[in-house]
Ligand binder design. Sequence first.
Ligand SMILES: [Zn+2]
Ligand SMILES: [Zn+2]
Length: 134
Amino acid sequence: MTKEQQQAIIRLKNGGLSLSQISTRLGISRNTVKSFCQRLQAATQPTTETKGTCEQCGLPLRFREGHAHPRFCSDKCRTAWWNTHPEQLSPSAMVEVRCVCCGIAFRSFPSRHRSYCSRQCYIRARYGGIRHAE
Ligand SMILES: [Zn+2]
Ligand SMILES: [Zn+2]
């Protein structure tokens, strides 16, 4: 990747484009764009503050403890995601569920039987952090 391409990726990313859009526009493979963005992110932000990834573009997300977990890095990603998941655009079908890990309320479809607000909570509850007394 050339210096120009790297700068173009940063510019487009700051403009809110998704990885796929950047890759299409620049003619660079999505994986290349993604790994560059991840390196960039890792270089500019402490990894301890990064939890989870944007469901649309895969960029690491940051959120403060006790606050609702963001699912997307930007409004553009949120819009793009909803555009590709039209079946989930009927909020009336959703019910409020509490994450059994962090207790944050989130909305989900009953048919999905979700117990966790995020994959991170699922992993945390299952594989570490929470220990139940024997
Ligand atoms: Zn994103
Ligand atoms: Zn949670």
